[in-house]
Design a protein around this ligand. Structure first.
Ligand SMILES: [Zn+2]
Length: 429
């Protein structure tokens, strides 16, 4: 574990050991500026030599993974839980607005179709996700000197698919090319058995003309099969097995199918605008997988994937045991009344007994966050991971754990050993 350090001017320096940080803090040569991740700011001037950290971003629509590697060591890992309530909230707001207009300005002529969307417009739900992803890199840059940023944008390189030579690439298990081809074949055969159409079963890479009968390792001779079909086919070719069309389809290379989503390309654009075009590079799932399995020897998990994205081919690093969990929050709401006829006032002051929404507190032996404040001094406490209501009570004393930072609720959690099954195909023939 490392402690992050800012210079006396507030610029990020290289992280240090907890021991040294403790010495500085005790001698009043530094002060704490952030609890999670623990960051101190020096009170004395130092020479500022930094080696920029490498940052990896695993984009997603629900959870974004980030990892930072400095001095050949993973120093920070986080999972950012994006907001998914935006579309719903906007729908509700729209309904209220329409209702109100129908009520208050009954005879106003309809005005519609009078808005123009600027170039590069994204729906608000996606906009929020893109912004939060970029923000997570900004966040890392606030306590670490950030150099190269690598973003995973898709499963495999789309541009390379245009290349007609793909059909002639050789499949080789355990090298980068092999990982690319495997992803390519999975995509081409739509992740289902070419013979029985089974999905969601373990699929194997299958030689249409078996290797024992002179079949090649090229993409044009490969397809997917479930284990049962592969066994039944045995030493037959696909044509002999009764599937002439499979043989014909294999010869046609896949046309451009997967495209980088608007969300991901927006993230890359925005990062390039801030950190410089040469510093931001993109990567693909097959490369990540290759680095994770061949280089790092790690099982599949969100956190491990992110570490693999951040590191380079051939680099060996160890993931952290604690991952920061960051939850994106709304910044308050406008609701003033509730009830069937809006008969209940429902606003509590911004602060109730000094506490705001989303602060982490200790209450009755557990830790939760404040999900609601009542005027009379009661609080609704909810569970952090699931958002389940723990209790509603009027405390004698409430102990604050941490306040939200920059619209985020940040907690730390040990990595769960949830090893998900490796998706995709293994080679058997
Ligand atoms: Zn099958």
């Amino acid at each position: 574990m490392k402690v992050f350090v800012l210079s006396n001017e507030g610029k990020p320096l290289m992280p240090t050991t907890p021991r040294r940080a403790r010495v500085w803090l005790k001698a009043k040569r530094a002060r704490v500026v952030l609890q999670g991740p623990f960051t101190i700011r020096l009170r004395f001037a130092t020479r500022q030599h930094v080696q920029p950290a490498k940052v990896g971003i695993d984009t997603g629509s629900k959870v974004v993974g980030t990892a930072a590697i400095a001095n050949g060591e993973v120093v920070f890992q986080a999972e950012v839980h994006l907001r998914d309530d935006i579309a719903e909230k906007m729908t509700r707001r729209r309904q209220h607005r329409r209702n109100r207009r129908a009520r208050k300005t009954r005879y106003r002529a309809a005005r519609y179709d009078n808005r123009r969307r600027p170039d590069g417009w994204l729906p608000p739900s996606l906009h929020s996700k893109a912004e939060a992803t970029v923000k997570s890199v900004h966040f890392i840059a606030s306590f670490l000197p950030v150099g190269r940023v690598t973003v995973e944008v898709g499963r495999f390189a789309t541009q390379r698919m245009q290349n007609p030579d793909i059909a002639h690439l050789e499949y080789q298990q355990g090298d980068l090319q092999g990982y690319f081809l495997r992803e390519y074949i999975l995509e081409k055969w739509q992740r289902r058995c070419a013979y029985c159409g089974a999905r969601e079963v373990p699929l194997e890479i299958e030689h249409i003309v078996p290797k024992s009968r002179g079949g090649s390792n090229r993409a044009s001779n490969l397809t997917l099969a479930c284990h049962a079909c592969n066994q039944r086919k045995g030493q037959q070719t696909a044509a002999e097995f009764g599937f002439l069309d499979v043989q014909a389809k294999a010869r046609v290379p896949l046309k451009d199918a997967a495209h980088v989503s608007s969300l991901k390309s927006r993230v890359v654009q925005n990062l390039q605008a801030v950190f410089g075009e040469s510093q931001v590079s993109i990567t693909y799932g097959y490369e990540t997988r290759y680095k994770r399995i061949q280089g790092l020897g790690l099982p599949k998990s969100h956190a491990n994937d992110t570490v693999a994205i951040a590191c380079e081919i051939g680099e060996v690093v160890k993931p952290l045991e604690m991952v920061h969990q960051i939850r994106c929050l709304g910044r308050g709401h406008y609701q003033r009344f509730n009830g069937l006829h809006s008969e209940h006032k429902c606003w509590a002051p911004h602060k109730v007994r000094g506490f705001k929404l989303y602060e982490l507190v200790k209450a009755k032996g557990g830790v939760g966050y404040i999900a609601g404040r009542r005027e009379k001094g009661a609080f609704v406490i909810k569970d952090v991971p699931g958002g389940k209501k723990l209790l509603e009570f009027t405390p004698r004393k409430l102990v604050r754990v941490v306040r939200p930072t920059q619209g985020w609720m940040i907690t730390r959690q040990p990595v769960l050993n949830s090893i998900s099954k490796e998706g995709g195909a293994s080679s058997h023939s």
